[in-house]
Design a protein around this ligand. Sequence first.
Ligand code: GAR
Length: 206
Amino acid sequence: MNYLAVLISGSGTNLQAIIDAIESGRLPDTQISVVVSNRKAAYGLERARRHGIPTIYHPFLPYRKAGRTREEYDTDLAEMLSDYPIDLVVLAGWMHIFTMEFLRHYCRILNIHPALPGAFPGMHAIEEAYEAYQRGEISETGVMIHWAPDEAVDAGPVAACERVPIYPDDTLESLEERIHAVEHDLYVRTIAEVLGVPLKPETEQS
Ligand code: GAR
């Protein structure tokens, strides 16, 4: 069995795609040990609870108020996660940048970012790509899955990436929808590849 820790900050649609792939049998020999959120209201926490997956809420605000550091926050998170079996840490919309106090505990940490390598780092990649398209600067965007520690923020080493076209009649919403659909499929495929488990085709799902 391969064990994942999935870290989120928001809606958790990528988390849901991974849960669905595991429960349908598409992603075999894989289990989510724990889901962590730094935001209490993250809907992804609710998704995890509905599927009986243990959750941890670990906010940074109390640390900041107490004058404590990101290193201390990361050390405590690593300590909490040490209670769970974890082969791969999957960042799925996790909006913190880890310090080495977390990173040194895990050899395999993947992050997903809704842009092509080298383009639009940060929290607003889809909006920025959409605006760049409107200005005629780009004709496509994409999805990247990369290893942490990054070479920069939302950068490589790249584990997988896929191009996503932008069309003249796209709205920001239609582009977001297309990007998220690619993310959900690419993350499941990349996790399978990294874990070395045979991903079952849609038609063979149990
Ligand atoms: C995803 O689009 C992911 O690529 C992005 O956050 C979203 C989370 O959505 N991550 C980043 O922008 C990282 N800089 P989800 O909570 O529905 O999975």
